[in-house]
Design a binder for this molecule. Sequence first.
Ligand code: NAP
Ligand code: MG
Length: 501
Amino acid sequence: MTYKNLINGKWLDPLSNKYTENRNPADSGDLIGLFPASAKEDVDEAVKSARKAYEKWRLVPAPRRGDVLKLVSDKLTRRKDELAFEMTREMGKVIAETKGDVQEGIDTAYYAASEGRRLFGYNAPSELPNKMNLSFRVPVGVGGFITPWNFPMAIPTWKLFPALVCGNTCVFKPAELTPKTAHTLVEIIDESLHEVLGSAYIAGVINLVHGSGSVVGEAIINHPEIDLISFTGSTNVGKRINEVAGASLKRVSLEMGGKNAQIVMNDANQELALDAVLWGAFGTTGQRCTATSRLILHEKIHDEFLAKLIERAKKLKLGYGNDKGVDVGPCVSEGQRKTVDEYVKIGLKEDKAKLVLGGEIAQEGSLTKGWFYKPTIFSGVTRNMRIAREEIFGPVLSVLKARSLEEAIDILNDTKYGLSSSIFTQDVNSAFTAVRDIKAGITYINGATIGAEAHMPFGGVKETGNGHREGGWTVYDFYTEWKAVYVDYSGKLQRAQIDNY
Ligand code: NAP
Ligand code: MG
Protein backbone atom coordinates (compact mmCIF):
# COMPACT_ATOMS: atom_id res chain seq x y z
CA MET A 1 0.00 0.00 0.00
CA THR A 2 1.34 3.41 -0.99
CA TYR A 3 0.29 6.35 1.17
CA LYS A 4 0.02 10.04 0.31
CA ASN A 5 0.33 13.49 1.86
CA LEU A 6 -2.75 15.56 2.72
CA ILE A 7 -2.34 19.03 1.25
CA ASN A 8 -5.11 21.57 0.73
CA GLY A 9 -7.78 18.94 1.43
CA LYS A 10 -6.43 16.45 -1.15
CA TRP A 11 -4.42 13.25 -0.79
CA LEU A 12 -1.44 13.83 -3.07
CA ASP A 13 1.71 11.99 -4.13
CA PRO A 14 4.90 13.78 -3.09
CA LEU A 15 6.29 16.03 -5.82
CA SER A 16 9.50 13.99 -5.70
CA ASN A 17 7.56 10.78 -6.38
CA LYS A 18 9.88 9.10 -3.87
CA TYR A 19 8.74 6.83 -1.03
CA THR A 20 10.26 5.09 1.98
CA GLU A 21 9.38 1.72 3.45
CA ASN A 22 7.80 1.31 6.86
CA ARG A 23 8.35 -2.10 8.49
CA ASN A 24 7.31 -3.90 11.68
CA PRO A 25 10.20 -3.66 14.18
CA ALA A 26 9.24 -7.08 15.63
CA ASP A 27 9.36 -8.71 12.18
CA SER A 28 11.35 -6.93 9.51
CA GLY A 29 9.72 -9.13 6.85
CA ASP A 30 6.37 -7.45 7.53
CA LEU A 31 6.07 -4.43 5.22
CA ILE A 32 3.44 -1.97 6.45
CA GLY A 33 3.49 0.42 3.54
CA LEU A 34 5.33 2.98 1.44
CA PHE A 35 5.23 6.57 2.63
CA PRO A 36 6.13 9.81 0.84
CA ALA A 37 9.71 11.04 1.05
CA SER A 38 8.53 14.58 0.52
CA ALA A 39 10.59 17.60 -0.47
CA LYS A 40 10.67 21.26 0.52
CA GLU A 41 8.23 22.03 -2.32
CA ASP A 42 5.56 19.83 -0.71
CA VAL A 43 5.98 21.81 2.50
CA ASP A 44 5.62 25.06 0.55
CA GLU A 45 2.30 23.86 -0.87
CA ALA A 46 1.10 22.75 2.56
CA VAL A 47 2.01 26.08 4.16
CA LYS A 48 0.32 28.00 1.37
CA SER A 49 -2.88 26.04 1.93
CA ALA A 50 -2.69 26.37 5.73
CA ARG A 51 -2.18 30.13 5.39
CA LYS A 52 -5.26 30.47 3.18
CA ALA A 53 -7.35 28.19 5.40
CA TYR A 54 -6.37 30.18 8.49
CA GLU A 55 -8.35 33.24 7.36
CA LYS A 56 -11.53 31.12 7.32
CA TRP A 57 -10.88 28.71 10.20
CA ARG A 58 -10.16 31.52 12.67
CA LEU A 59 -13.69 32.84 12.00
CA VAL A 60 -15.44 29.52 12.73
CA PRO A 61 -16.86 29.90 16.27
CA ALA A 62 -14.66 28.09 18.78
CA PRO A 63 -17.51 25.85 20.06
CA ARG A 64 -18.05 24.74 16.45
CA ARG A 65 -14.34 23.96 16.13
CA GLY A 66 -14.83 22.02 19.34
CA ASP A 67 -17.59 20.00 17.64
CA VAL A 68 -14.99 18.78 15.15
CA LEU A 69 -12.80 17.58 18.02
CA LYS A 70 -15.81 15.93 19.65
CA LEU A 71 -16.40 13.91 16.50
CA VAL A 72 -12.69 13.07 16.32
CA SER A 73 -12.82 11.70 19.87
CA ASP A 74 -15.92 9.62 19.08
CA LYS A 75 -14.19 8.11 16.04
CA LEU A 76 -10.97 7.41 17.97
CA THR A 77 -13.02 5.71 20.69
CA ARG A 78 -14.79 3.49 18.17
CA ARG A 79 -11.53 2.54 16.44
CA LYS A 80 -9.34 2.25 19.54
CA ASP A 81 -8.55 -1.50 19.30
CA GLU A 82 -7.85 -1.48 15.57
CA LEU A 83 -5.62 1.60 15.87
CA ALA A 84 -3.71 0.12 18.81
CA PHE A 85 -3.05 -3.10 16.88
CA GLU A 86 -1.61 -1.16 13.94
CA MET A 87 0.45 1.08 16.23
CA THR A 88 2.04 -1.97 17.91
CA ARG A 89 2.78 -3.34 14.46
CA GLU A 90 4.35 -0.04 13.47
CA MET A 91 6.49 0.86 16.50
CA GLY A 92 6.64 -2.23 18.69
CA LYS A 93 5.34 -1.47 22.19
CA VAL A 94 2.84 -3.95 23.61
CA ILE A 95 -0.86 -3.64 22.80
CA ALA A 96 -1.88 -2.59 26.34
CA GLU A 97 0.43 0.40 25.93
CA THR A 98 -0.70 1.37 22.44
CA LYS A 99 -4.29 1.23 23.74
CA GLY A 100 -3.19 3.66 26.43
CA ASP A 101 -1.58 5.83 23.75
CA VAL A 102 -4.88 6.01 21.82
CA GLN A 103 -6.81 6.66 25.05
CA GLU A 104 -4.57 9.64 25.76
CA GLY A 105 -5.57 10.99 22.34
CA ILE A 106 -9.24 10.42 23.15
CA ASP A 107 -8.94 12.21 26.50
CA THR A 108 -7.08 15.09 24.85
CA ALA A 109 -9.77 15.38 22.17
CA TYR A 110 -12.66 15.52 24.66
CA TYR A 111 -10.77 18.12 26.68
CA ALA A 112 -10.10 20.20 23.55
CA ALA A 113 -13.73 19.82 22.40
CA SER A 114 -15.01 21.27 25.67
CA GLU A 115 -12.34 23.97 25.72
CA GLY A 116 -14.03 25.37 22.62
CA ARG A 117 -16.73 26.54 25.04
CA ARG A 118 -14.25 28.07 27.47
CA LEU A 119 -11.05 29.63 26.10
CA PHE A 120 -11.60 32.10 28.91
CA GLY A 121 -10.06 35.53 28.91
CA TYR A 122 -9.75 37.95 31.84
CA ASN A 123 -11.64 41.19 32.33
CA ALA A 124 -10.35 43.88 34.65
CA PRO A 125 -11.69 47.24 35.86
CA SER A 126 -10.50 50.33 34.04
CA GLU A 127 -8.65 53.08 35.89
CA LEU A 128 -10.87 55.61 34.10
CA PRO A 129 -14.65 56.14 34.36
CA ASN A 130 -16.98 54.94 31.60
CA LYS A 131 -14.38 52.68 30.14
CA MET A 132 -14.27 48.86 29.96
CA ASN A 133 -11.21 46.58 29.78
CA LEU A 134 -11.47 43.13 28.28
CA SER A 135 -9.00 40.54 27.03
CA PHE A 136 -9.42 37.70 24.57
CA ARG A 137 -7.46 34.72 23.35
CA VAL A 138 -6.90 34.79 19.61
CA PRO A 139 -5.19 32.14 17.46
CA VAL A 140 -1.51 32.49 16.56
CA GLY A 141 -1.74 31.47 12.88
CA VAL A 142 -0.08 28.60 11.03
CA GLY A 143 1.67 25.98 13.13
CA GLY A 144 4.40 23.48 12.21
CA PHE A 145 4.21 20.23 14.20
CA ILE A 146 7.14 17.81 14.43
CA THR A 147 6.77 14.64 16.48
CA PRO A 148 8.68 11.50 17.52
CA TRP A 149 7.69 7.84 17.12
CA ASN A 150 7.41 6.63 20.71
CA PHE A 151 3.89 7.96 21.32
CA PRO A 152 2.71 8.06 17.71
CA MET A 153 -0.86 9.00 18.64
CA ALA A 154 -0.76 10.80 21.99
CA ILE A 155 1.99 13.29 21.17
CA PRO A 156 0.53 14.55 17.87
CA THR A 157 -2.88 14.91 19.56
CA TRP A 158 -1.40 16.93 22.46
CA LYS A 159 -0.35 19.44 19.85
CA LEU A 160 -2.87 19.34 17.01
CA PHE A 161 -6.09 19.24 19.06
CA PRO A 162 -5.53 22.34 21.20
CA ALA A 163 -4.00 24.14 18.21
CA LEU A 164 -7.09 23.44 16.10
CA VAL A 165 -9.69 24.33 18.69
CA CYS A 166 -7.91 27.66 19.24
CA GLY A 167 -8.29 28.44 15.52
CA ASN A 168 -4.79 27.73 14.20
CA THR A 169 -4.13 25.73 11.04
CA CYS A 170 -1.56 22.95 10.88
CA VAL A 171 1.31 21.51 8.89
CA PHE A 172 2.22 18.19 10.51
CA LYS A 173 5.39 16.16 9.96
CA PRO A 174 5.35 12.91 11.95
CA ALA A 175 8.41 10.74 12.61
CA GLU A 176 9.42 8.70 9.60
CA LEU A 177 9.20 5.58 11.78
CA THR A 178 5.48 5.99 12.52
CA PRO A 179 3.79 7.48 9.45
CA LYS A 180 0.82 5.12 9.41
CA THR A 181 -0.54 6.19 12.80
CA ALA A 182 -0.19 9.80 11.67
CA HIS A 183 -1.98 9.00 8.42
CA THR A 184 -4.96 7.50 10.23
CA LEU A 185 -5.13 10.34 12.74
CA VAL A 186 -5.12 12.99 10.02
CA GLU A 187 -7.66 11.03 7.99
CA ILE A 188 -9.97 11.04 11.03
CA ILE A 189 -9.50 14.78 11.59
CA ASP A 190 -10.18 15.53 7.93
CA GLU A 191 -13.29 13.30 7.83
CA SER A 192 -14.58 15.08 10.93
CA LEU A 193 -13.99 18.50 9.35
CA HIS A 194 -16.04 17.35 6.36
CA GLU A 195 -18.85 15.93 8.50
CA VAL A 196 -19.16 18.90 10.85
CA LEU A 197 -18.66 21.73 8.34
CA GLY A 198 -20.48 20.09 5.40
CA SER A 199 -20.52 22.39 2.38
CA ALA A 200 -18.58 24.96 4.43
CA TYR A 201 -15.59 22.55 4.58
CA ILE A 202 -12.29 24.43 4.63
CA ALA A 203 -9.43 22.79 2.73
CA GLY A 204 -6.00 23.17 4.35
CA VAL A 205 -6.95 23.34 8.03
CA ILE A 206 -4.82 20.24 8.56
CA ASN A 207 -1.97 19.24 6.24
CA LEU A 208 0.17 16.13 6.55
CA VAL A 209 3.62 16.05 4.96
CA HIS A 210 5.57 12.81 5.40
CA GLY A 211 9.34 12.73 5.16
CA SER A 212 12.62 13.10 6.95
CA GLY A 213 13.60 15.61 9.59
CA SER A 214 16.53 16.82 7.52
CA VAL A 215 14.33 17.70 4.52
CA VAL A 216 10.68 18.18 5.59
CA GLY A 217 11.51 19.15 9.19
CA GLU A 218 14.08 21.70 8.07
CA ALA A 219 11.69 23.13 5.48
CA ILE A 220 9.09 23.66 8.22
CA ILE A 221 11.36 25.30 10.77
CA ASN A 222 12.84 27.60 8.11
CA HIS A 223 9.54 28.57 6.52
CA PRO A 224 8.82 32.31 6.88
CA GLU A 225 5.04 31.79 6.73
CA ILE A 226 4.93 29.50 9.76
CA ASP A 227 4.16 31.32 13.00
CA LEU A 228 4.74 28.63 15.60
CA ILE A 229 6.56 25.35 15.97
CA SER A 230 5.66 22.60 18.41
CA PHE A 231 8.33 19.92 18.63
CA THR A 232 8.86 16.78 20.68
CA GLY A 233 12.09 14.85 20.26
CA SER A 234 15.73 14.87 21.18
CA THR A 235 17.50 17.78 22.85
CA ASN A 236 19.99 18.17 19.98
CA VAL A 237 17.29 18.62 17.37
CA GLY A 238 15.31 20.85 19.75
CA LYS A 239 18.30 23.19 20.14
CA ARG A 240 18.69 23.38 16.39
CA ILE A 241 14.99 24.25 16.01
CA ASN A 242 15.22 26.95 18.65
CA GLU A 243 18.16 28.58 16.84
CA VAL A 244 16.59 28.50 13.40
CA ALA A 245 13.09 29.49 14.48
CA GLY A 246 14.46 32.11 16.85
CA ALA A 247 15.91 34.04 13.93
CA SER A 248 12.43 34.64 12.52
CA LEU A 249 10.85 35.03 16.00
CA LYS A 250 8.56 32.04 15.72
CA ARG A 251 6.88 30.91 18.89
CA VAL A 252 8.51 27.59 19.79
CA SER A 253 7.50 24.82 22.22
CA LEU A 254 10.11 22.12 22.79
CA GLU A 255 9.64 18.86 24.71
CA MET A 256 12.95 17.02 24.72
CA GLY A 257 15.03 14.33 26.36
CA GLY A 258 15.10 12.90 29.87
CA LYS A 259 17.29 10.89 32.24
CA ASN A 260 14.64 10.15 34.83
CA ALA A 261 15.27 8.54 38.19
CA GLN A 262 13.28 6.64 40.77
CA ILE A 263 14.43 6.84 44.41
CA VAL A 264 13.61 3.99 46.79
CA MET A 265 14.06 4.89 50.46
CA ASN A 266 14.68 2.39 53.25
CA ASP A 267 11.10 2.83 54.52
CA ALA A 268 9.46 2.21 51.10
CA ASN A 269 6.85 -0.36 50.23
CA GLN A 270 9.29 -2.50 48.26
CA GLU A 271 6.81 -4.57 46.29
CA LEU A 272 5.17 -1.41 45.02
CA ALA A 273 8.54 0.14 44.19
CA LEU A 274 9.48 -3.03 42.29
CA ASP A 275 6.32 -2.98 40.19
CA ALA A 276 6.99 0.68 39.41
CA VAL A 277 10.62 0.34 38.35
CA LEU A 278 9.87 -2.63 36.10
CA TRP A 279 7.10 -0.67 34.41
CA GLY A 280 9.13 2.54 34.29
CA ALA A 281 12.38 1.05 33.01
CA PHE A 282 11.19 -1.64 30.61
CA GLY A 283 7.71 -0.47 29.52
CA THR A 284 7.83 0.75 25.89
CA THR A 285 11.23 -1.04 25.85
CA GLY A 286 12.60 1.94 27.79
CA GLN A 287 11.87 4.23 24.85
CA ARG A 288 9.86 6.84 26.71
CA CYS A 289 10.96 10.37 27.41
CA THR A 290 9.79 9.63 30.98
CA ALA A 291 11.41 6.17 31.22
CA THR A 292 13.12 5.24 34.48
CA SER A 293 16.73 5.17 33.40
CA ARG A 294 18.31 5.48 36.87
CA LEU A 295 17.30 3.72 40.06
CA ILE A 296 18.64 5.28 43.26
CA LEU A 297 18.50 2.86 46.18
CA HIS A 298 19.00 3.72 49.84
CA GLU A 299 22.06 1.78 51.03
CA LYS A 300 20.07 -0.02 53.75
CA ILE A 301 17.81 -1.79 51.26
CA HIS A 302 20.15 -1.77 48.26
CA ASP A 303 21.25 -5.42 48.11
CA GLU A 304 17.87 -6.88 49.01
CA PHE A 305 15.97 -4.70 46.52
CA LEU A 306 18.46 -5.30 43.70
CA ALA A 307 18.23 -9.07 44.13
CA LYS A 308 14.44 -8.97 43.95
CA LEU A 309 14.57 -6.67 40.94
CA ILE A 310 16.85 -9.00 38.99
CA GLU A 311 14.56 -11.94 39.76
CA ARG A 312 11.50 -10.07 38.53
CA ALA A 313 13.19 -8.58 35.44
CA LYS A 314 14.47 -12.01 34.37
CA LYS A 315 10.85 -13.13 33.98
CA LEU A 316 9.87 -10.36 31.53
CA LYS A 317 8.81 -11.93 28.26
CA LEU A 318 10.08 -10.41 25.02
CA GLY A 319 8.08 -10.70 21.83
CA TYR A 320 5.73 -9.16 19.29
CA GLY A 321 3.56 -6.76 21.25
CA ASN A 322 0.35 -7.98 19.61
CA ASP A 323 0.92 -11.52 20.97
CA LYS A 324 -0.59 -12.55 24.32
CA GLY A 325 1.61 -12.60 27.41
CA VAL A 326 4.36 -10.38 25.98
CA ASP A 327 5.80 -7.81 28.42
CA VAL A 328 8.47 -6.09 26.33
CA GLY A 329 8.54 -5.40 22.59
CA PRO A 330 11.50 -4.67 20.31
CA CYS A 331 13.53 -1.50 19.94
CA VAL A 332 11.90 0.69 17.30
CA SER A 333 14.65 0.23 14.71
CA GLU A 334 17.97 -1.40 14.02
CA GLY A 335 19.66 1.95 14.62
CA GLN A 336 18.03 2.39 18.02
CA ARG A 337 19.09 -1.12 19.05
CA LYS A 338 22.65 -0.39 17.94
CA THR A 339 22.68 2.73 20.15
CA VAL A 340 21.49 0.62 23.10
CA ASP A 341 24.20 -1.96 22.48
CA GLU A 342 26.85 0.75 22.25
CA TYR A 343 25.81 2.16 25.62
CA VAL A 344 25.99 -1.30 27.14
CA LYS A 345 29.57 -1.58 25.87
CA ILE A 346 30.34 1.82 27.38
CA GLY A 347 28.91 0.56 30.70
CA LEU A 348 30.98 -2.62 30.54
CA LYS A 349 34.18 -0.56 30.28
CA GLU A 350 33.46 1.16 33.62
CA ASP A 351 35.47 -0.54 36.38
CA LYS A 352 32.89 -0.18 39.12
CA ALA A 353 29.73 -0.82 37.11
CA LYS A 354 28.58 -4.42 37.05
CA LEU A 355 26.29 -5.93 34.42
CA VAL A 356 23.79 -7.95 36.45
CA LEU A 357 21.18 -8.73 33.78
CA GLY A 358 20.91 -8.84 29.98
CA GLY A 359 23.39 -6.78 28.06
CA GLU A 360 22.89 -8.46 24.72
CA ILE A 361 20.77 -8.71 21.60
CA ALA A 362 18.01 -11.31 22.00
CA GLN A 363 18.63 -14.21 19.61
CA GLU A 364 16.05 -16.79 20.69
CA GLY A 365 13.61 -18.20 18.12
CA SER A 366 11.47 -15.65 16.31
CA LEU A 367 13.16 -12.79 18.15
CA THR A 368 15.85 -12.80 15.44
CA LYS A 369 13.22 -11.36 13.07
CA GLY A 370 13.07 -8.06 14.95
CA TRP A 371 15.17 -5.50 16.83
CA PHE A 372 14.96 -7.14 20.25
CA TYR A 373 17.34 -6.36 23.12
CA LYS A 374 17.30 -8.08 26.50
CA PRO A 375 16.23 -6.05 29.54
CA THR A 376 19.53 -4.88 31.00
CA ILE A 377 20.57 -3.79 34.50
CA PHE A 378 23.89 -2.32 35.65
CA SER A 379 24.60 -2.06 39.40
CA GLY A 380 27.42 -0.13 41.05
CA VAL A 381 26.84 2.83 38.78
CA THR A 382 28.09 6.22 39.98
CA ARG A 383 26.85 9.58 38.89
CA ASN A 384 29.74 10.53 36.62
CA MET A 385 29.49 7.49 34.37
CA ARG A 386 28.06 8.08 30.91
CA ILE A 387 25.36 5.43 31.50
CA ALA A 388 24.23 7.57 34.47
CA ARG A 389 24.22 10.83 32.50
CA GLU A 390 23.19 10.26 28.88
CA GLU A 391 19.77 9.36 27.58
CA ILE A 392 19.96 5.78 26.23
CA PHE A 393 16.33 5.35 25.13
CA GLY A 394 16.26 1.59 25.49
CA PRO A 395 15.77 -1.18 28.06
CA VAL A 396 18.80 -0.30 30.18
CA LEU A 397 18.60 0.57 33.88
CA SER A 398 21.51 2.02 35.90
CA VAL A 399 21.37 1.38 39.66
CA LEU A 400 23.04 3.87 42.03
CA LYS A 401 23.39 3.87 45.81
CA ALA A 402 22.63 6.73 48.25
CA ARG A 403 23.25 7.06 51.99
CA SER A 404 20.50 9.56 52.77
CA LEU A 405 17.46 11.34 51.36
CA GLU A 406 19.57 14.43 50.68
CA GLU A 407 22.16 12.45 48.76
CA ALA A 408 19.47 10.59 46.79
CA ILE A 409 17.85 13.87 45.71
CA ASP A 410 21.26 15.33 44.89
CA ILE A 411 22.05 12.36 42.62
CA LEU A 412 18.60 12.57 41.03
CA ASN A 413 19.15 16.27 40.25
CA ASP A 414 22.66 15.72 38.90
CA THR A 415 21.61 15.64 35.24
CA LYS A 416 21.19 18.14 32.45
CA TYR A 417 17.59 16.97 32.02
CA GLY A 418 14.52 17.53 34.21
CA LEU A 419 11.44 15.72 32.97
CA SER A 420 10.07 13.08 35.35
CA SER A 421 11.07 11.80 38.78
CA SER A 422 9.82 9.49 41.47
CA ILE A 423 10.33 8.62 45.13
CA PHE A 424 9.07 5.66 47.12
CA THR A 425 8.78 6.37 50.82
CA GLN A 426 6.20 5.99 53.59
CA ASP A 427 7.58 9.03 55.41
CA VAL A 428 5.53 12.15 54.81
CA ASN A 429 8.49 14.42 55.61
CA SER A 430 10.70 12.72 53.02
CA ALA A 431 7.91 12.91 50.44
CA PHE A 432 7.33 16.64 50.85
CA THR A 433 11.05 17.38 50.96
CA ALA A 434 11.35 15.55 47.63
CA VAL A 435 8.43 17.48 46.13
CA ARG A 436 10.16 20.71 47.11
CA ASP A 437 13.75 19.87 46.15
CA ILE A 438 13.56 17.68 43.04
CA LYS A 439 14.22 19.73 39.91
CA ALA A 440 11.84 18.25 37.34
CA GLY A 441 8.58 19.06 35.59
CA ILE A 442 6.91 15.96 37.02
CA THR A 443 7.33 14.24 40.41
CA TYR A 444 5.54 11.07 41.48
CA ILE A 445 5.25 10.03 45.12
CA ASN A 446 4.92 6.25 45.29
CA GLY A 447 4.36 6.01 41.54
CA ALA A 448 6.53 5.14 38.53
CA THR A 449 8.19 7.94 36.52
CA ILE A 450 5.61 7.34 33.78
CA GLY A 451 1.84 7.79 33.75
CA ALA A 452 0.99 11.40 33.00
CA GLU A 453 -2.69 12.32 32.72
CA ALA A 454 -3.92 14.31 29.74
CA HIS A 455 -5.42 17.18 31.75
CA MET A 456 -2.25 17.95 33.75
CA PRO A 457 0.73 20.08 32.70
CA PHE A 458 3.36 17.94 30.95
CA GLY A 459 6.93 18.98 30.32
CA GLY A 460 10.30 19.45 31.91
CA VAL A 461 12.94 21.87 33.10
CA LYS A 462 16.61 22.39 32.19
CA GLU A 463 17.48 20.80 28.82
CA THR A 464 14.17 18.95 28.67
CA GLY A 465 12.08 21.97 27.80
CA ASN A 466 12.00 25.67 26.96
CA GLY A 467 9.41 26.74 29.50
CA HIS A 468 6.16 25.63 27.89
CA ARG A 469 3.90 22.77 28.95
CA GLU A 470 1.63 20.47 26.99
CA GLY A 471 -1.56 18.98 28.38
CA GLY A 472 -4.41 20.43 30.39
CA TRP A 473 -5.10 24.15 30.56
CA THR A 474 -1.44 25.18 30.26
CA VAL A 475 -1.10 24.28 26.57
CA TYR A 476 -3.79 26.83 25.65
CA ASP A 477 -1.36 29.62 26.50
CA PHE A 478 0.95 28.37 23.78
CA TYR A 479 -1.69 28.18 21.04
CA THR A 480 -3.21 31.62 21.64
CA GLU A 481 -2.10 35.22 21.69
CA TRP A 482 -3.67 37.67 24.10
CA LYS A 483 -5.57 40.63 22.69
CA ALA A 484 -6.38 43.45 25.13
CA VAL A 485 -9.45 45.55 24.25
CA TYR A 486 -10.38 48.95 25.74
CA VAL A 487 -13.89 50.30 25.19
CA ASP A 488 -14.31 53.96 26.09
CA TYR A 489 -17.95 55.11 26.30
CA SER A 490 -17.27 58.42 28.06
CA GLY A 491 -17.60 60.47 24.87
CA LYS A 492 -14.26 62.20 25.42
CA LEU A 493 -10.55 61.48 25.03
CA GLN A 494 -9.47 60.00 28.38
CA ARG A 495 -5.73 59.67 28.74
CA ALA A 496 -4.68 56.82 31.04
CA GLN A 497 -2.04 57.72 33.65
CA ILE A 498 -2.39 61.41 32.71
CA ASP A 499 -5.94 62.62 33.20
CA ASN A 500 -6.55 60.52 36.30
CA TYR A 501 -3.35 61.20 38.30
P1 NAP B 1 14.48 13.13 17.08
O1 NAP B 1 15.49 12.41 16.29
O2 NAP B 1 14.84 14.43 17.68
O3 NAP B 1 13.23 13.31 16.09
C1 NAP B 1 12.03 13.93 16.47
C2 NAP B 1 11.37 14.52 15.24
O4 NAP B 1 12.16 15.58 14.72
C3 NAP B 1 11.23 13.51 14.09
O5 NAP B 1 10.02 13.75 13.42
C4 NAP B 1 12.42 13.84 13.23
O6 NAP B 1 12.30 13.42 11.89
C5 NAP B 1 12.45 15.35 13.35
N1 NAP B 1 13.73 15.98 13.01
C6 NAP B 1 14.97 15.43 13.02
N2 NAP B 1 15.89 16.35 12.63
C7 NAP B 1 15.22 17.49 12.36
C8 NAP B 1 15.62 18.79 11.92
N3 NAP B 1 16.89 19.11 11.66
N4 NAP B 1 14.66 19.73 11.76
C9 NAP B 1 13.37 19.45 12.03
N5 NAP B 1 12.94 18.25 12.43
C10 NAP B 1 13.84 17.27 12.61
O7 NAP B 1 13.90 12.24 18.24
P2 NAP B 1 13.48 10.70 18.14
O8 NAP B 1 14.72 9.89 18.10
O9 NAP B 1 12.48 10.52 17.08
O10 NAP B 1 12.71 10.54 19.53
C11 NAP B 1 13.37 10.27 20.73
C12 NAP B 1 13.65 11.54 21.51
O11 NAP B 1 12.45 12.24 21.77
C13 NAP B 1 14.24 11.25 22.88
O12 NAP B 1 15.26 12.18 23.16
C14 NAP B 1 13.07 11.47 23.82
O13 NAP B 1 13.41 11.79 25.14
C15 NAP B 1 12.35 12.57 23.16
N6 NAP B 1 10.96 12.61 23.59
C16 NAP B 1 10.59 13.62 24.43
C17 NAP B 1 9.29 13.70 24.90
C18 NAP B 1 8.87 14.81 25.82
O14 NAP B 1 7.69 15.09 25.89
N7 NAP B 1 9.76 15.47 26.51
C19 NAP B 1 8.35 12.73 24.49
C20 NAP B 1 8.76 11.72 23.64
C21 NAP B 1 10.08 11.68 23.18
P3 NAP B 1 12.73 11.93 11.41
O15 NAP B 1 13.20 11.16 12.60
O16 NAP B 1 11.51 11.38 10.79
O17 NAP B 1 13.83 12.11 10.42
MG1 MG C 1 15.02 10.13 14.72
